[in-house]
Design a protein around this ligand. Structure first.
Ligand SMILES: [Zn+2]
Length: 183
């Protein structure tokens, strides 16, 4: 199953009923759900914003670039998705009833000052660079797409405006260069 097929709605379905994450080690969870929860701050009368979310992960079988896609409203350390599907860019591995991971190693991750920082996908890296390169007093939290709000809200303060901001930008740019050709 190729990444292109994944975009067309194909791919191997995730079958896990529980999901865990350890973001400090670069592991995130994806939980298949029948109904999406309301993100914090979204009132019951408001329509729920949903989008096709993509998570770049390492294939559990061959460690190459792989992707999970599904319908969701926001990224979290454990992201809840409708109909999440998996495809590896190299091999044909897919989750099975006996082997459906509860957490996934993110593809874009690196350490900064001892802390593990990660991006869920290529767009997330673009969002982070743009946000971090904007002077703190000119940033508007609504400027980046809704689905990243949960993750962006958790960035450590020292990275947002402190002395690690430039180091963080360098780290993300380094991660951007690890993007495989043709992805
Ligand atoms: Zn693979």
């Amino acid at each position: 199953m190729s990444l292109k097929d994944l975009r067309k709605g194909k791919g191997a379905p995730l079958l896990n009923e529980e999901a865990t994450s350890s973001p400090r080690n670069g592991w995130v969870g994806v939980l298949p759900v029948a109904e999406l929860p309301r993100p914090e701050g979204v009132k019951e009368e408001d329509e729920l914003y949903v989008a096709e979310l993509e998570i770049a992960v390492m294939c559990p079988d061959c460690t190459n670039y792989a992707r999970i896609m599904g319908i969701g409203s926001e990224f979290r350390n454990v992201t809840k998705l409708l109909n999440p599907r998996f495809a590896c860019s190299v091999c044909s591995w897919g989750p099975t009833p006996h082997n459906s991971p509860e957490k996934w190693q993110v593809y874009y991750a690196g350490r900064l000052n001892g802390m593990m920082m990660f991006a869920v996908n290529e767009e997330h890296m673009d969002v982070m660079v743009e946000f971090l390169e904007t002077p703190p007093n000119r940033r508007n939290t609504t400027e980046y797409p809704w689905e990243y709000r949960g993750l962006m809200g958790r960035l450590p303060r020292g990275i947002l405006s402190g002395r690690f901001r430039n180091d963080m930008v360098s780290l993300v740019k380094r991660l951007q260069r690890t993007r495989p050709h043709g992805i």
